[in-house]
Design a protein. Structure first.
Lengths: 512, 55
């Protein structure tokens, strides 16, 4: 086929930009089509009247994984992104007003643990020792130089990365954690309810309830002390850096270019039709969209067997991450970039069964909230002397008694008042503007079904072979990347998905 | 169908017996409606797995 483009990538999210740059570096002519007027997808910053809070991802973890991408692309990460380490890691507010500032330093954190319950200091040391062994193994794996792109996903590379000399001490710990859920693992280290909460709430990052979250997620708190980072210019600095690299390799990125459908002829993807009616042909089509959007909306049910349509439709999404933004006319006086509001253990667990599963909203004071004040680490994200604030909370996609569009603003005000009562006295009088983004709006604006920006659920029945394949088994010459493919949602994982997908495609290229 | 059942009477009776045991056991557990819903959801999820591999 004599196509104008070799590959069309739908979506300028992290997965799309990763694969665009890697493929272009291999000499493939790539076109990226983005429906929105900005890049980044779920790793971006939202412009809300001069204030720029984050959309989706709020910080950088596993920074070493980013180096793998920059190594493959022959660039230095320092030349593109300026990272600042987040310290203190969290300001934790417990029910009843108890408040703890969690420092990044391990010994200082040990003092906080002693202050809460001296009997748990040994558990904390054991926790740090175990997690350090796992991190050492991860670091050893990541530090192995990246092979050429075509060999990234080879058995040899995977084995080399899986079995390093640091693997042996980590294996018994992984074997103990991986089959258990996060709650069980955290309880094995800490006896105090408050510490179990402080070290065991980050299942929310996996967008899963604690009882369905794999024990390996217990590492998250350790990762925070190991280093969470925030890029200068906000989270959008990451996709911007990648877009710059794409341009250096000659990738064409079109914004405000929504795709209507993927053209499928004789079971093969041959290009796309734009909303404007324009038809663009290519040898392969790569979708960075949600698997449900890719198959049901873009490929279309008429091009798929009926069992596949049902399976794609039924595959469960992770929980939505509704957010509200506050523009503050004066400084809030936050103690940390992230303030986490938690409730008593029982209330936190019951939230899933009693409210989330039944499509009910809870009392605003009874729910956890993750508050991010990006201006704490980068003042340029709001007008001078002002603060931007975003808060993520838990709420079901489908409400049993209400319609999200009708109650979104009122509910955001309730949550803001709850924030004022629980953590930030005088907050409501500082509000210049409020904007509520419920799951339904996330779905409409970002095109993520059910407002779940972690894509599909990240549990045993939706991971590994049960997650949609990188190389579609339903449509030839169609490839998938992003949060709905392995290894899952979250910026570094989506970047890995882009790398692996590109590696598979490069190996397939001769046959296409 | 009737021929098939009568020719395999022993197996049919065994199947009916096992099904009865399972239903009796589940009833004996006295599961709440929510728990039953979760079990049904988990069984449906298991049923989907072979098809998910082919997507």
């Amino acid at each position: 086929m004599n196509s104008r483009y070799d590959a069309i990538i739908i979506g300028a999210g992290i997965g799309g930009l990763t694969s665009a740059s890697l493929l272009a570096k291999q000499g493939i002519k790539v076109l990226v089509l983005e429906a929105l007027g900005r890049i980044g997808g779920c790793c971006s910053n939202y412009d809300f009247g001069g204030f720029r809070p984050e959309v989706g991802a709020v910080f950088v973890i596993l920074k070493d994984l980013y180096n793998n991408y920059f190594e493959l692309i022959d660039r230095r990460i320092e030349d593109y992104i300026d990272f600042k380490v987040i310290d203190p890691v969290y300001d934790i507010v417990l029910e009843g007003g108890e408040r703890y500032l969690l420092p990044r330093n391990f010994d200082a954190m040990g003092e906080v643990v002693r202050q809460i319950n001296p009997a748990d200091v040994d558990g904390y040391r054991r926790y740090c020792r175990d997690m350090k062994k796992i991190m050492d193994q991860q670091r050893a794996a990541i530090s192995i130089p990246m092979p050429p792109l075509k060999d990234v996903f080879s058995i040899k590379t995977l084995l080399r990365r899986m079995f390093t000399k640091k693997s042996l001490p980590a294996m018994p710990i992984i074997a103990r954690m991986a089959p258990r859920n996060m709650d069980t693992v955290i309880r094995s280290y800490f006896k105090d309810d408050r510490l179990q909460l402080i070290f065991g709430w980050e299942n929310l990052y996996a967008a899963l309830p604690v009882h369905r979250c794999n024990g390996m997620f217990s590492m998250f708190t350790y990762l925070g002390h190991d280093g969470y980072y925030y890029p200068k210019g906000g989270m959008i600095a990451i996709p911007k850096a990648m877009a710059r690299i794409c341009e250096e390799f000659g990738v064409e990125i079109r914004l405000n270019a929504p795709v209507k459908r993927i053209i499928v002829k004789n079971g093969k993807a041959t290009g796309v039709e734009m909303n404007s009616g324009e038809i663009i042909e290519s040898k392969v089509v790569i979708s960075n969209a949600h698997s449900r959007v890719t198959y049901l909306n873009l490929v279309g049910a008429n091009n798929l067997p009926s069992w596949a349509v049902k399976t794609v439709r039924r595959q469960p999404c992770s929980i939505p991450a509704p957010t509200f933004y506050l523009n503050l006319k004066e400084k809030l006086g936050a103690q940390a970039h992230f303030t986490i509001l938690l409730n008593k253990r029982r209330k936190f667990d019951d939230l899933w069964w009693e409210f989330y599963d039944r499509g009910l909203l809870y009392r605003a004071d009874d729910g956890p909230q993750m508050v991010s004040v990006p201006t704490f680490d980068d003042e340029d994200l709001a007008p001078k002397g002002k603060d931007a604030l975003s808060a993520i909370y838990i709420a079901p996609y489908k409400l049993k008694y209400y319609n999200w569009d009708e109650i979104a603003t009122d509910w955001a005000w309730e949550l803001a008042q709850s924030l004022e009562r629980r953590a930030f006295p005088g907050l409501c009088s500082k509000i210049e503007a409020i904007e509520s983004i419920p799951p339904t709006r996330l779905e409409r604006t970002l095109n993520v079904p059910e407002g779940a920006f972690f894509g599909l659920e990240m549990n045993g029945t939706n991971m590994g072979p049960f997650r949609p394949n990188y190389r579609s088994k339903l449509v030839d010459n169609l490839y998938l990347t992003g949060q709905c493919t392995n290894p899952g949602g979250g910026v570094p994982l989506v970047m890995m998905s882009g790398i692996i997908m590109s590696s598979i495609l490069i190996n397939d290229w001769q046959k296409i | 169908m009737i021929n098939l059942i009568s020719a395999n009477m022993k197996k049919t009776l065994l199947l009916v017996f096992i099904t009865g045991m399972v239903i009796g056991f589940m009833k004996g557990l006295g599961l709440a409606e929510d728990q039953k819903r979760r079990i049904r959801k988990a069984l449906l999820e298991l049923n989907e797995l072979p098809r998910r591999v082919c997507i």
